[in-house]
Design a protein around this ligand. Structure first.
Ligand code: ARG
Length: 471
């Protein structure tokens, strides 16, 4: 609180000014310290003041608060918000949390009328409302970021719609795919991440305000009005549930964890692809760092950190699940531990989304290297087997066996499948004709995979067009 802060609010002084009516002495210093949440929940100040404005207007409209007091409170709240935004408020652990800081400062500005704002309200429904509003804002910000990432993926996928690379299973080259197709896989993951966040937003968008401490209130409040004023779809239906529910944060952290896991997979691929052993992609100086001892190094630190930060997000989810597990109804102070982890997870994920968007836009694919790798390791063996089925009407199991023999032959000669001669092939299966060579090149392989959702450049371009319409 500013220089004017009253001594009575300090631990070690008299009892707490806001709830200390029946207390004769101040709490022990360590009690004040463990009890205080202001160090982190000050971040809720905008949501807290928005909630107070809506509550105040409703109290006036219902005749519970006079117009004059309501006006004074609203003006005072504007000033408190300006002061906090300008960094002018000094936080005092004796005032515990953001709710009490706002009210105490309001009292300094407008006098005893400030005390009327808390009519028909408790910090329990207040914090539940503030935190929902905060998570809702975090979802909106993340959604915008994820949309930006999708746009980056689409742009790059379009550019590389026909760039052939090895597709992997078990991190062993499996079948050729295109880099555009691979990038579009991440587009789909991000689309589901946005869907999960949207689901979470829809469910959380109910207003706890007016549930008071746990049982509701005897004042003739209008919960529909406060819900509407704060952009909620409706008031929550049960006051006990409203003050003790943190599902919205758990759902947010679950969706955030899955999104972080997706980003960590792309991050890992960028780390692998940009290694000297792969050289599939190059990141520019903008997204790499050097080593202080090894001058040749170009390290993908941003990708590594995106990979690692998934741990923080998942940790936050686990932490809140553990806090909530087994808590009896309704509010318990345990629930004050919901915020730090959620704030931290949201910040970490938002940072990762931005960094990943930057890297997707920054990376340069090395088409030649990827193409050469796509051709290595008998990657078109499945195409050969499919050809035997189609052209010779062979059962797939037999075709698989014949292809295996051809791979073995090529391996013993140290050549690729397409470098075997027709005579070599006919020694294994006499009915094979010259036409087989058409399916052995990697370009032919990818362009033949025209099934819906497949890797053929025609399919990839169609998927990109459809995706642009979807977002
Ligand atoms: N700082 C508290 C929290 O974050 C606000 C609610 C306090 N309620 C109470 N009954 N002491 O949970």
């Amino acid at each position: 609180m500013s220089a004017k802060k009253g001594k009575e609010n300090r631990a070690g002084g008299a009892a707490n000014a806001l709830w200390g009516g029946r207390f004769a002495a101040a709490p022990a210093e360590i009690m004040a310290k463990i009890n205080a949440s202001i160090d982190f929940d000050w971040k809720l100040y905008r949501q807290d003041i928005a909630g107070s404005r809506a509550h105040c207007r409703m109290l006036v409209a219902q005749g519970i608060l006079s117009e004059a007091d309501g006006e004074a409170i609203l003006q005072g709240l504007d000033q408190v918000e300006r002061e906090i935004a300008a960094g002018e408020m000094t936080f005092d652990p004796a005032l515990e949390d953001i709710h009490m800081h706002v009210e105490a400062r309001l009292r300094e500005i407008i006098g005893p009328a400030a005390g009327r704002l808390h009519t028909a309200r408790s910090r329990n429904d207040q914090v539940a409302t503030d935190f929902r509003l905060w998570v809702r804002d975090a979802i909106d910000e993340l959604d915008a970021g994820l949309k930006g990432l999708q746009e980056a993926l689409l742009d790059r996928a379009e550019e590389y719609a026909d760039a052939v690379m090895p597709g992997f299973t078990h991190l062993q080259a499996a079948q050729p795919v295109t880099f555009g197709h691979h990038l579009m896989a991440y587009f789909e993951m991000v689309a589901r991440d946005r869907g999960r966040l949207a689901d979470c937003r829809r469910r959380l968008n109910e207003c706890p305000l007016g549930s008071a401490a746990l049982a509701g209130t005897s004042f003739p409040i209008d919960r529909e009005a406060t819900a509407r004023a704060l952009g909620f779809d409706r008031p929550t239906a049960n006051s006990l549930d409203a003050v003790s529910d943190r599902d919205f944060a758990l759902e947010f952290l679950s969706a955030a964890s899955i999104a972080a896991v997706h980003l960590s997979r792309l991050a890992e691929e960028i780390v692998i692809w940009s290694s000297a052993q792969f050289r599939f992609v190059t990141l520019t100086d903008k997204f790499t760092t050097g080593s202080s001892i090894m001058p040749q190094k170009r390290n993908p630190d941003a990708a590594e950190l995106c990979r690692a930060k998934a741990g923080r997000v998942i940790g936050a989810l686990n932490s809140l699940l553990m806090v909530m597990k087994g808590l009896p109804l309704a509010y318990s102070k345990d629930m004050q531990e919901d915020k730090e982890a959620t704030f931290d997870a949201a910040a970490a994920l938002s940072l990762c989304v931005q960094a990943m968007t930057g890297m997707v836009r920054d990376l340069e694919a090395n088409r030649e290297v990827m193409r050469a790798a796509a051709g290595a390791g008998f990657a078109t063996a499945t195409d050969l087997a499919d050809w035997l089925v189609r052209a010779l009407d062979m059962p797939f199991r037999d075709a698989h066996h014949v292809t295996g023999a051809l791979v073995k032959l090529a391996e013993s000669k140290g050549v690729g499948l397409e470098q075997l001669t027709l005579a070599d092939m006919q020694a294994v299966e006499p009915r094979i004709t010259e036409a087989v060579f058409e399916v052995l090149g990697v370009e032919n392989s990818v362009s033949s995979r025209t099934s819906y959702g497949g890797t053929a450049p025609t399919q990839v371009r169609a998927a990109i067009r459809a995706a642009r319409e979807r977002i």
